[in-house]
Design a protein around this ligand. Sequence first.
Ligand code: XMP
Length: 524
Amino acid sequence: MSHDTIVVLDYGSQYAQLIARRVREANVYCELFSWRTPAERVMALNPRGIILSGGPNSVYDTDAPTLPKYVLESGIPILGICYGMQLLTHTLGGNVAGSTHREYGPAEVTVDVDENPLFANLFGQPTEGSAHNTLKVWMSHGDKVEQLAEGFEPLAHSGGSPFAASADLSRNYYCVQFHPEVVHTPMGSQLLSNFVHEICGCAADWTPANYIEEQVASIQQQVGAGRVVLGLSGGVDSSVAAALIHRAIGDQLTCVFVDHGLLRMGEGAQVVQTFEREQGMNLIAVNAIEEYLGALAGVTEPERKRKIIGEKFVRIFEREANKLGKIDYLAQGTIYPDVIESASHDDTSAKTIKSHHNVGGLPEDMTFALVEPLRSLFKDEVRKIGTALGLPDSIIWRQPFPGPGLAIRCLGEITWERLEKLRAADAIFTSELRAAGMLRRGTAQAFAVLLPVKSVGVMGDGRTYEEVLALRAVTTEDFMTADWARLPYELLARVSRRIVNEVAGINRVTYDITSKPPGTIEWE
Ligand code: XMP
């Protein structure tokens, strides 16, 4: 089945991925490309509409990103957002005013036309005393449009922008100065939905059920009677990939789960319970704890730890895969943001490049064909597919966990005893957060870190000299920047009391109040 598709051209906006996510939330397939991508690649998707994202440039900058010719030649509807609006206006002969004054933050936009498809269903019933043609929006721009291009008419204004929205109705070109994709524009999702459904005429056929059906067919076609091996970590991506491939080819899939002893409390058992017992998959659970601890003995330097763990994984995975006899395919839980990030490495307008790699990566000298059924999905879509496939919430809503596991949260030397201490403290923190309803909402990631520091305390009548534990909890949208979570004092007090009382060898608990930047989320 091919889907009606929308393309987002990325002009360097930190929100570009969000635009694509919002379009998909309106059940329309959407892909993101750099504005520099060759026309053939973009047009090969046969898009029904193109959205131009915002970006950090002014159209007057030397080397400012431009509007590729094919976009206008395609004859399909266009929506320009922020820089996209300025670029479209500038290219078509309107006037954009350079300005050193930024309009940044919440604003109110007044819609000046009675009927326009972009603004359909955005306003509730008029109530007495309240304007029903105003929208709360998020603005973030320096330059602004001062004169519309020929053929365009104004649709809306704000205090800072005489043309907060405009359109050329005959060509189906639309522009908004504000950001409909961010949560601070509450009706923005509806506006984007209007663009893709009402203006571009896309069908609402991008749904979890359709996706599963299509992928099952495509995996069956790709794999035929072949055999597939997948490295299962228990994280969301590899778990959902396993469940989807298993739905398609059943016993032709074998999952390999390597327990390196660096997991959180109960996680190893949970993987076996979920995938072997409940889902009935072929699962090889390898107990490699001794092997990892041996290799890590005496190592304190973080990068060394990461390297050892990554290399070990490759070797163990290879060894297990070789025992299986002939394997034709290697399956991976690669998701869309991984694909976009690796594709944008040589693109200077992409400002964020992830530096971490999961240890579940492909062994370099293994030459399998790949099965990657989640390659086009965002994380929230992966979760929806996983739920539709019957995976439990405990897997679907698992917090991101670094590939090297507790190794990078156990600062200093890694010993089994210190790992057990860390696991116990982490479990107390997590269970208290869960009880307070703050594990899924309120924190994006929360964990304990064991420090290689001892401090003095007093317990009963005696002095103690034991290790220090740090608690870390952050809020973040994208893990590139983060803030420390403002957890309630009472909750922190309870967690600290319980850890010092219940976990032998820890006599002091601290809470990390550093944002990222300048800190990072993990300590190592
Ligand atoms: P930082 O510490 O860089 O973390 O702010 C951002 C996100 O990446 C995760 N992280 C890792 N994931 N291997 C991984 O697979 C690693 O070595 C690693 N280091 C950090 C971290 O948990 C957070 O979600």
